[in-house]
Design a protein around this ligand. Structure first.
Ligand SMILES: Cc1cc2nc3c(=O)[nH]c(=O)nc-3n(C[C@H](O)[C@H](O)[C@H](O)COP(=O)(O)O)c2cc1C
Length: 310
């Protein structure tokens, strides 16, 4: 089921969600290898980019093998977002996404992320500025609304489409929901009925079949998977996650290999351990393996540990 976002064609409708602290280059490449048609980067501060902060620039690292890639920006000042989009456009990337869903206090306080669900006029200015500074397709990622008495996603998506966005991803929760409760698929359906650009449904998808079910139920064109992909790139394959450790270890090995290729591994040891532990979730003996992973003091020790699991 190929699809298009602007001028970019995707081989299938399964997309990796942006996850701050996780969707870095190695993990995105892994998910592409396991079948994701498109990956979103972690959210990138427009100000960090405008001030050319080194840690922000480091987050823009990409390679041809992972393309198409969607780099996500966050910020609420139209001029800074426009300037950041212009800077991004010189990188070998395929789309720019605007974060209008992040619920984190630090982001909301500055009027960015999900706070923009309350300020559609400001959001429109931001989208316009980004669009006028790039030739790349621009997408937006929204929530269903700010609160349950303000379910604005359908109108918001219409505004984004009329302003020129090429696709809209909808996490079917409000800001007040945070990550609690169940995703409201009816809102995703309503957004799909409101616009003709591609709609990407998001929230709580834990398997490939779950993704197909969301598309069938809501009519959305694609689905975006976040937490369900952590320690589980198999989510992008119809056959799903192997039920034994021997089936899972090759994915983790490949993940570690990619980390080693793109980072000084010791620098990201803590982050790696957090990800590695997730591969074993729910399997017999997993808590013991996780304990061992967390006590590893170096990357070689972590790799030896995996060999001993087989
Ligand atoms: C650890 C974590 C980090 C996240 N970082 C981002 C982010 O950088 N940008 C964004 O738009 N959403 C972010 N999200 C939200 C996810 O992209 C997604 O919308 C949400 O988790 C629901 O999808 P899921 O149930 O498939 O995880 C984050 C969520 C989590 C749990």
């Amino acid at each position: 089921m190929p699809m298009n976002i602007g001028k970019v064609s995707l081989a299938n409708p399964f997309i990796l969600a942006p996850l701050a602290g996780y969707t870095d280059l190695p993990f995105r490449l892994l998910c592409r290898e396991y079948g994701a048609a498109l990956c979103y980067s972690e959210m990138i501060s427009c100000h960090g980019l405008v001030y050319r902060q080194q840690n922000t620039i480091d987050m823009l690292r990409t390679v041809d093998e992972e393309r198409p890639i969607n780099i996500q920006l966050f910020g609420s000042e139209p001029a800074a977002m426009g300037e950041a989009a212009a800077i991004l456009s010189d990188y070998p990337i395929d789309m720019i996404d605007i974060n209008i869903g992040c619920p984190v206090k630090k982001v909301i306080k500055k009027g960015a992320g999900a706070a923009m669900m309350k300020e559609p006029q400001l959001a429109e200015k931001v989208i316009r500025q980004v669009l006028s500074n790039t030739d790349l397709p621009v997408t937006v990622k929204i929530r269903s609304g700010w609160s349950h008495d303000r379910i604005t996603a359908p109108d918001f998506a219409k505004m984004a489409e009329e302003t020129g966005a090429s696709a809209v991803a909808v996490h079917g929760r409000t800001w007040t929901d945070g990550f609690g409760g169940k995703v409201d698929r009816k809102v995703i359906k309503a957004v799909n009925e409101a616009v003709s650009i591609p709609v990407i449904g998001n929230g709580d998808i834990l398997s490939y079949n779950d993704g197909l079910a969301m598309m069938a139920e809501t009519g959305c064109d694609a689905v975006m998977i976040g937490r369900g992909a952590l320690g589980n790139p198999f989510v992008f394959r119809p056959e799903g996650r192997p039920t034994n450790i021997a089936g899972i270890i090759p994915a983790l090995r490949r993940h570690l290999e990619l980390i080693e290729e793109y980072y000084p591994p010791e620098r990201v040891l803590a982050r790696t351990k957090n990800q590695a532990g997730r591969y074993f979730k729910g399997l017999p003996g997993s808590s013991k393996i996780r304990q061992l992973i967390y006590s590893a003091k170096s990357f070689p020790e972590l790799k030896d540990l995996l060999n001993s699991c087989l």
